[in-house]
Structures are given as C-alpha cells and as structure tokens.
Design a protein around this ligand. Sequence first.
Ligand code: ADP
Length: 505
Amino acid sequence: LADQRERLDVALQAAQMGSFRWDLKSGAVDFDAHLLSLYGAAHGADPTETYSRAIDPADLAQVEADTARSMETGELRTRFRIHRPDGSSTWLESRARVYYDDAGQPDYAVGVNLDVRASIENERALVAAREAALQASRAKSAFLATMSHEIRTPLNGVVGLAAALARTGLNAHQRDLLRALLASGRALRALIDDILDLSKIEAGGMEVRSAPLSLRGLLAELTDLLGAAAQDKGLTLSWEVAPGTHDLWLGDAPRLRQVLLNVVGNGLKFTDEGAVEVVAEAAAPGVVFTVRDSGIGISDDAQRKLFRPFVQIDGSTTRRHGGTGLGLAISQQLVRHMGGEISVDSVPQEGSTFRFGVAMTRVDAELDPGPQRDEGRLPGSLRVLVAEDNPVNQLVVREQLAALGIRDAAWATDGAEAVTLAHQRAYDVVLMDCQMPTLDGYDATRRIRADGACQNAAVVALTAHATVEDRERCIDAGMDGFVTKPVGVEELAAAILQAMQRREP
Ligand code: ADP
C-alpha cells in the first residue's frame, strides 16, 4: 500500500494534478495536499472555502450545471478558472466519478483537478492561427479575383479587336499572325479562369448547387463543344449512358461539365490516333463517369503526381499541346466537393482511363426542358442599347455588332445615361457593362426594370467578373443573360439569343 501511495503521489505531482473526495450526503469535501497546493492554499486549509474563494464567478453556473448532470450520468467533467491568493490564475479541469448507495442514491464522488492552462492556451493560439490563415487565404482569393477582373478588361480589347481585324481584308501572312495572336489571347483567358477557380476552391468559397440534370443532355452538350476538336485530329469522340442507368439526377451540372470538359479535353489533347469514349453509369455514390482514351498514356510514376497543381508530365508534349497543369488539380477538388473521388488507370503508349464518381440522387419527375437552345440567327433589325464606359471595349462591341449585321445601336457611357436612353425608345436588347461610373450596371438594370422602361428588352451583362456569384448578382438585378469578357462574336450572339428567349413571355 505504501509503495502504491508513493507512486500515486509522484504521478499526481508530475501531472500537476490533485485529488479530492466529496461526500454527497453530508457535503464534506476532502482535498489532498497536491490539490491544496494547486489552489495555492495552505496545508490544512478548508477545501470548501478554498474552492469557493478561488473559482471565477463567471464559471460557477456552468460548473453547477455540469455537476448536477453528473449525478445522473455518474461522470463529471467540467472546466473553470481559479484565482489564487497570491494573485495568479489558471484553468482547472475537474474529472470525477460518482458512486451510488444500495438505494441508487448518489453517495460520494472521487476525482481529480488538473491544471489545463497550457492546453487551453494552445487551443486558443491554434484557433487564432487558423483564423489568421483563413483570413490570408481570403485576402489572396480576393486579390486574385480583382487581378483576374483587371486583366480580363484589357484582354477583351486585345482579343475582341484582333477578331475584328481578322474580319477585314488581310493577306495570308497577316491572317496567320492574327490567328496566333488570338490563340494566345484565348490561352491567357483559360489561365485566368483556372487560377480564379483554384483560388476560390482553396479559400473554401466554392459551393455545390444541385438542380435536376439529364445525363444524356450533359454528354451530348459535351460532344457539341469538343466534337470539332476531335474531328480536327481525326479522332472518334463517343458517349453513352450505360443501359439501365436513369437519365435524370439532382446534381451540379456546371461543375460536372467543367470536370468532363477538362478530362475529355485532356483525352483528346494527348491522343493522336483512335478514340475517346465517355460512359456514365449509375453506381455508388451516385453516377460514375469513365473517360477512356487510346492516347500516349501516363507512367506509374507520373500518375502519382498527376492531381497536384501545376504538374505537367512530359515537357515536350505539353509544350506542343499547351495547358497550365491546373486542370486535373481543379477537377479533383471539384469532384471531392461533389462527394466523390477521381482516379486514373493508364498504360504508357496504350491509353488512359479516368474515372470519377459524384454523389447524386435520382430524379423521377419529368425535367422541364427550360429555354430551348436556338440554332437560329440574330435578326439584323434588332435595336440595341450598349452601356459601356471603356472606349476600347466600346470599339470591340461596335465591331462585334457590325459583324452580326446589327446596325441600329445606341451608346451610353454610364448607367445613368443608359436609363435615360431606355426611356426614350423601346430597345430589343441592352448590353450592360457592370462596372461603370455614376450608376453601375446592376443599379441601372434595376431602375430600368422598376420603371417599366423597355419592358421587353433582354438585358445581357457584359462583365469582367467571372464567378457564379457574379452571375447571380446580375440575375438578381433583373438581367436576362450574362457573358464574361473577353467575349467572342458567336458567344455574344448566343447569349443575346438566349436572353431574348428568356425574356419572351
Ligand atoms: P494541363 O492543363 O496541362 O492539361 P492537367 O492538370 O489537366 O493540366 O493535366 C496535367 C498533365 O497530365 C498534362 O500536362 C499531361 O501531361 C497529363 N495528362 C492528363 N491527361 C492525360 C491523358 N488523358 N493522357 C496522357 N497524359 C495526360
């Protein structure tokens, strides 16, 4: 017994811990010498008095509540601050076990108090450090979003005017130079989009939004977008929804499209001969997509690094094919956000298979087809109002409207002027820059909608802001469509058509 006692003594001291026994019937409390010294009390001091004098009044209610609960559960665990007679303070954690008599009544409790100040301070420092890190990450994200906006605006001028120049009489050599200029502009835009995405995801700013989607629609649209690229290389691009797999699901179509575009785009990029196939199949956690190509393949070693940002495997092929090395890193993050995983299986020189699943639930109702995609052309007789303050971008839009055969265009250089003009004539379409002096595009649209001016005009935002939130802000303000600068002529035409269809009653 003496040996055990000695060991317990050493253990309690080393742990900065003291023990107590509390008679729950008489209320008498006994502190051992360690506990008394933890409270800074003299040898032989009265425990009840020592405790009552030391505990911080702010913590009393919590300790009492925890104690009352422990009578039922049999276990006590609570924390409180104490102030010692010498003016020092600390945090104690009390842990005890409650013992019951034969009648089941709480009889006595035995437990310890331990000094947890160090761990509480650590915890607080960690919380503060985490908050600081999040803050820094948010600042980085905001910086990137701003930079992306600032770069997009002049880029719109470069790409837009280069495209306009391409429509003028040029010789073959000049056309080649322009084509290279345009390709660089588009590559720069893709890079900005990728960096913006990655920073948003890293800052935790990405949300998954679910809406009913059709697998067939999604895959057909994908082949629409990438079919030309496949044809150019003489590759077959095919897709299939596995037999027996339901078509309608609740999922985030834009994010899925982004991942598919990237993975299928890579398949086409790194395949010189043969085919790229896409299959969607119902499997846990919802739908699994398989993208198989007969391309150059990826070595085992390279497969391990593939999903890290800025990784490109073979310098020579990627230099030939372009890219940023961000696509798969972004895809992996997006897939994880959608509750799945992405993996790769590949044999060099034979081909690669990328597989990713996303969590989705089936939708059994009929899908509202929504506004149909129109293959039609824009009527040249449209009356268009353009609100744009930047002279270079005005020139870009002027050239694009001319390319679309639209002659009837009025110009406003800020939101207030746009509102005034909208009152004077019934326009069919308003192209609205979002950031303008005096009255921005959002408020101008709100005003036009509130006044009932140009009731039938489709308002399309022309903006350098590219996030989903920006899009929603435009829709909330009463706009019908949205295009992100730099805008191509076809893209602009498609956005106007779609917005007009949405506007139609
Ligand atoms: P990038 O923008 O460079 O395509 P990704 O993250 O999408 O960036 O891809 C990273 C690298 O992985 C590519 O540069 C390429 O080397 C390799 N890779 C991706 N997909 C394939 C594929 N289907 N076949 C062969 N290599 C691929």
